[in-house]
Design a protein around this ligand. Structure first.
Ligand SMILES: NC(=O)c1ccc[n+]([C@@H]2O[C@H](COP(=O)([O-])OP(=O)(O)OC[C@H]3O[C@@H](n4cnc5c(N)ncnc54)[C@H](OP(=O)(O)O)[C@@H]3O)[C@@H](O)[C@H]2O)c1
Length: 335
């Protein structure tokens, strides 16, 4: 069936007789679709807020990452932002407006040094900690024996223990800010793959070993940690969330496939297609931004800028409490 021509198509956007005005909501949606226009998936969009006067740490802001996009947008919203990578200096698009410091979550001395630098720089006060850095290695599931760091499986050591070490070192600064200003926030970037983890594996390890289950278990532990942080400190004004960013085109899979040069090359060839079907880093940042900035967000698991249901294991309060206590011992052991 043919369409009838409309009489007033020629007018410019926002002018009488033309298309409807370009309202802020539509502009935001278009921005979140990214520069590739309609070909990329739609994503929920966080409402921009004025974050002037708030200091936000975003870990893992390497080139092309969700963390970099998150930091850039937070700086646009007025926040004072600190980003980390393991060694490369702050990526160029962020420029001077954002401070950078090295941080390796798998190295306790590096975590200690970063926390000490931050506490000194910001006088023992921090508004928001975005624990975004993470790894997902061995995407081909070829490992039967995983690499160990300080005696722990590498995803567990990096994604969970390193993140929690940092969070506990910065907790006094977050609580000090909550006492002064009424609130402080922790946002753990997790994954819907936390469903591949289990509460049994939190304590006994993934048996038989599978890197996807190990990644999932490290993220499940972070969902528990956010929930437990809120249960323990919510009454003082600490808000704590975990976030699934969506399936996002970043460098995470490069590292996961680096053991296979052939698959790495195939992936490079498929990159244009992947870019079309995955979210952009800016889109992947939206739920984190929502949890950092929305005044109504207090705790829970979020995806698409809205509360969501985590796995059944993630709702087990006793498992979360036991994990918290056992983590104290693990963190002491790695000293
Ligand atoms: N991409 C997705 O589809 C997806 C889906 C679900 C969840 N996530 C989660 O989203 C977060 C961001 O991932 P991404 O996709 O943006 O990946 P990415 O491009 O690989 O970025 C990950 C960042 O984490 C940092 N990092 C890695 N190992 C580290 C360590 N040992 N210590 C400190 N920092 C470390 C990297 O630092 P360097 O710059 O030094 O390499 C990098 O900046 C991760 O937690 C990931 O699990 C991603």
């Amino acid at each position: 069936m043919g369409r009838r021509a409309r009489p007033h198509r020629a007018g410019r956007p926002g002018r009488a007789g033309g298309r409807r005005p370009d309202r802020p909501v539509r502009r935001r949606r278009r921005a979140a679709r990214g520069h590739r226009g309609l070909t990329v998936p739609r994503a929920a969009v966080a409402t921009p807020r004025d974050l002037t006067g708030r200091t936000v740490v975003v870990t893992g802001a390497g080139r092309g990452s969700i963390g970099l996009a998150t930091a850039r947008i937070l700086a646009d919203w007025g926040a004072e932002v600190v980003v980390t990578t393991r060694s490369a200096p702050v990526p160029a698009p962020l420029g001077d407006a954002v401070a950078w410091h090295p941080l390796d979550l798998a190295d306790r001395d590096s975590v200690d040094a970063f926390a000490a630098w931050l506490l000194d720089r910001y006088d023992g006060r921090l508004d928001t900690l975005v624990n975004n850095a993470g790894i997902h290695l061995d995407l081909r599931s070829t490992w039967t024996e995983p690499p160990l760091v300080d005696g722990h499986e590498i995803h567990w050591r990096t994604n969970y223990l390193g993140t929690v070490q940092l969070t506990r070192l910065l907790l006094p600064a977050l609580l000090a800010r909550a006492d002064d200003g009424g609130e402080a926030r922790v946002v753990h970037v997790v994954s819907k793959l936390h469903r591949r983890g289990s509460n049994v594996a939190l304590h006994d390890g993934v048996e038989p070993y599978d890197s996807w289950a190990a990644y999932g278990t490290s993220k499940l532990a972070l969902v528990h940690d956010a929930a437990e942080l809120y249960r323990r400190h919510g009454d003082r004004g600490l808000r704590a969330c975990s976030v699934h960013p969506g399936s996002v085109f970043t460098h995470i899979a490069d590292h996961g496939l680096e053991t296979s040069p052939v698959l790495g090359r195939l992936r490079a060839l498929a990159a244009p297609l992947e870019r079309r079907i995955l979210l952009t880093p800016e889109q992947g940042a939206q739920t984190t931004l929502h949890c950092v900035a929305d005044p109504d967000v207090r705790h829970g698991y979020f995806r698409d800028c809205a509360p969501a249901e985590p796995s059944v294991d993630a709702l087990d309060v006793v498992a979360a409490q036991q994990l918290w206590e056992r983590t104290d011992a693990w963190l002491t052991e790695t000293r």
